[in-house]
Write a protein that binds this ligand. Structure first.
Ligand code: SAH
Length: 370
């Protein structure tokens, strides 16, 4: 007979403070253990229980038996000409995800992935064209921040992570628990202590999840709008067929009302002759009236097989001008890291698609784009 497998150890990176308190309660330990553990792991980045000197010896031994702290590891990393750095991180199960660090004067933004691939299939996004495998665990999401924080320290690279955006691979609201726990740790004063305003969840608009999020979180919200009417949005962002614009805007208004001083960022990818006319800008102005808003225009980043072109710079400037004159704060996102495939919509990781049968992996396994 086969020997019985020892029970799997709990990866403590999966737990935010509340989940860790519940876990310690099951071990018969007081709830303040959660804060102690979170400080060791996320602030001091000590992963060996024996070095956690404020825990008694018996507890340290017990933790070593039942728990572990397992980080993703880097398969490779690349730095682009403009200083953007991208890591391919290997996960359990032979998959890999990409995480991107964008340094700027006085701040550093980490763009994290929330899923392996993406189920939403937006037509202008290479991750969406690639298919979906699974949700990332909270450990795999916050592990990206932990890993990069550690790398920035040990490699002597200047800059540190001051902002996190959930704008890598995946739809964060389709992975609610994993994303919530990871973002709770990002803003926890005993973990990363990032300001709620500097942690931004970007969504294509899963309406019921937006209402749920408004109940439990106050992080910043960016919404991938990309079109001012349902006919066009149905085509570009297919989830719109399920949750049309009016329902999405109602959910966003609700989020704003519950989050004081919060402006929603509307992301709008600029596609040549598709969504970039003066008429589209005017429709956008009417649509967003009364919602505290910022608009972020994103020049389209091409990828192999893409069916769109970016709007030319003069068109983007004119579009931005129309929105600004109507009173909206409007910025044009700088394209950075595109020479290493690290720009918006270029992240592909290494994903075995489990969803779309049409896409077959090449004979030697999925391609890794460097
Ligand atoms: N699923 C989330 C996060 C996606 S990526 C969302 O939809 O918001 C973050 C942003 O990059 C989104 O606004 C997305 O629409 C945009 N994006 C995707 N592909 C792009 C491309 N090829 N060029 C420019 N922006 C792109």
């Amino acid at each position: 007979m086969a020997a019985r497998e020892p029970p799997a150890k709990a990866n403590l990176l999966n737990f935010d403070r509340q989940a860790l308190q519940e876990w310690f309660a099951q071990l018969g330990e007081p709830s303040f253990r959660a804060v102690q553990l979170i400080k060791w792991i996320h602030q001091r980045r000590i992963f060996d229980f024996d070095r956690m000197t404020d825990l008694g010896k018996p507890l340290r031994a017990r933790l070593a038996e039942v728990a572990e702290i397992r980080l993703p590891s880097a398969a490779f990393d690349r730095t682009s000409a403009d200083g953007v750095r991208k890591w391919l991180l290997t996960l359990d199960g032979g998959n890999a995800i990409e995480t991107v660090f964008i340094p700027e004067p006085g701040r550093g933004t980490l763009c994290v992935s929330s899923q392996l691939g993406c189920p939403l299939a937006c037509t202008f996004c290479s991750t969406g064209q690639q298919g979906f495998n699974r949700n990332l665990s909270a450990a795999e999401i916050v592990g990206q921040l932990l890993f990069v924080t550690q790398s920035l320290e040990t490699d002597g690279i200047t800059g540190r992570v001051t902002n996190v955006v959930f704008m890598g691979m995946g739809e964060p609201l389709a992975n609610f628990t994993g994303v919530l726990r990871a973002s709770n740790l990002m803003v926890d004063e005993h973990a990363y202590n990032l300001s709620r305003r500097r942690v931004t969840l970007s969504t294509a608009g899963i309406v019921p999840a937006l209402y749920r999020l408004a109940e439990v979180s106050r992080i910043s919200l960016a919404v991938s709008l990309h079109a001012p009417d349902d006919a066009l949005r149905d085509e570009l962002v297919p989830i719109n067929r399920k949750y049309p614009i009016a329902e999405l805007l109602a959910a966003c208004r609700n989020y704003s009302e519950r989050t004081p001083h919060h402006r929603i960022t509307w992301e709008y990818v600029m596609l040549d002759a598709v969504n970039d006319t003066d008429g589209h800008a005017q429709a956008l102005v009417r649509l967003l009236k009364g919602i505290p808003s910022k608009i972020n225009l994103i020049p389209f980043n091409a990828f192999p097989g893409a069916r769109y072109r970016s709007s030319p710079p003069q068109r983007i400037a004119r579009f931005a001008g129309l929105l600004q004159r109507a009173g909206y704060i409007t910025t044009v996102r700088k394209t950075r890291g595109d020479d290493i495939g690290g720009a918006c919509g270029q992240l592909v990781g290494q994903v075995r698609n489990r969803m779309r049968r049409l896409r077959t992996d090449p004979p030697h396994g999925p391609m890794v784009r460097a």
